[in-house]
Structure formats: structure tokens, C-alpha cells
Design a protein. Structure first.
Length: 198
């Protein structure tokens, strides 16, 4: 199982297949998350903040998986289980379509055919999302372990999305950390800042 870009979220029905604007493949955010993870996992001396270096190189798909395996040796087996659950969900969709009394048999078959056509696409999107969420959890673990109080990154749609996901993950659970996510101007650049309050 590997990661690779597939595209935006499909909208599938008996009318056809379309793609939803603004619902990007998590693959694009995974690459940003891996760069942040690699960059923040270092020895911290006196100051517990991190400023992201935009010059970091873009990682290949294989490099992404290698980085993740260093944090989760059982990652492959764990993701296989999660994908098996997603495939069960896809099968239940077909069962639900077959039970829709308001649809004609031909409409049901068209819908099911469209789902089958897009099955591999949707599974790959799920794989990318699963790896993305594992990456977010690994970043969270490093933040909590090192008691990092601030992460700064360039303000762009992709970095902002990752920072928002990370904020939600940090604040969830019994041992959630209070956070503040904001944007500040620094000279002629906008910077996204995620602040942790331990």
C-alpha cells in the first residue's frame, strides 16, 4: 500500500460522476504534514518553538512512507485494517442503493456501476487520508513529548489546513491541550502560528 495523489472528492450518483471543488485529496496535506513532522522532531534546548523553513525539500511518496515507519513500525498492518473497514463501508453503500425503493432497477445499476468505476480512486483517497491522520497524530506526539509551545509556518491554504487539523487533534481527548491558531504579518509575509498552552 502506498500514497499517491488521485484528486478531489468524487460525487457519485445514478446521474453520473462529478468532483467536489474544495475537497482536495489529503495527499497534498500529508506532504506538508511530513515536512513539519521531520522538522519539529529535533533536540530542543531552551526555547520550545519551531519556525518552519519553507526551503525544505519536497519528499517522494516512498520517502513519506519511510519517515512514517520510523514513528510507527506497525503502520502497514494498522492501515490495512483501516482500509478493510473502509472497503466494508463501500460494500454497504451498494446494499443501501439496492434498498432504495424510489429508484428504478436501471437507475440502481447505473449508480452501482459508477461506484464500481470509482472504487480504486476512492480507496486511494481513503489510504491518503488514513496516512494523513497518522501523520497528524505523530506530530501531536512530538509536540506533547517536547512540550513545544509554538509552531510557525507560511500562511497558505495547505499549511493552514494542516495547522487546523493539528489544532483539533491537540485539543481533543482527556489530556487535550488548549491552543490558539492565528495569522500574523511579519514584514511582507503572513505567518500561521499555532500556540500551545500547557
Amino acid at each position: 500500500m502506498t500514497v499517491e495523489y488521485v484528486g478531489p472528492r468524487p460525487v457519485i450518483s445514478h446521474h453520473g460522476i462529478d468532483f467536489k471543488d474544495g475537497k482536495e485529496d489529503k495527499y497534498v496535506y500529508l506532504k506538508v504534514g511530513i515536512q513539519i513532522l521531520k522538522a519539529i522532531d529535533k533536540d530542543y534546548d531552551e526555547h520550545s518553538s519551531y519556525r518552519y523553513d519553507i526551503e525544505n525539500k519536497d519528499l517522494s511518496d516512498d520517502e513519506i512512507l519511510e519517515v512514517m515507519k520510523t514513528y510507527e513500525p506497525n503502520l502497514h498492518d494498522d492501515t490495512l485494517k483501516e482500509i478493510a473497514g473502509y472497503k466494508e463501508h463501500l460494500s454497504s453503500e451498494i446494499e443501501q442503493i439496492n434498498q432504495r425503493a424510489y429508484l428504478k432497477d436501471v437507475e440502481k445499476q447505473i449508480w452501482i456501476n459508477n461506484l464500481e468505476i470509482m472504487k480504486d480512486y476512492r480507496v486511494q483517497r481513503a489510504v491518503n487520508k488514513i496516512y494523513y491522520m497518522h501523520c497528524i497524530n505523530n506530530i501531536k506526539d512530538v509536540i506533547n513529548r517536547e512540550r513545544i509551545k509554538e509552531i510557525d509556518a507560511p500562511f497558505s491554504e495547505r499549511y493552514w489546513h494542516v495547522m487546523q487539523t493539528l489544532q483539533g487533534s491537540l485539543e481533543s481527548g482527556k489530556k487535550g491541550v488548549r491552543t490558539n491558531l492565528k495569522v500574523e504579518a511579519e514584514g511582507d509575509q503572513m505567518v500561521a502560528k499555532l500556540l500551545m498552552d500547557y
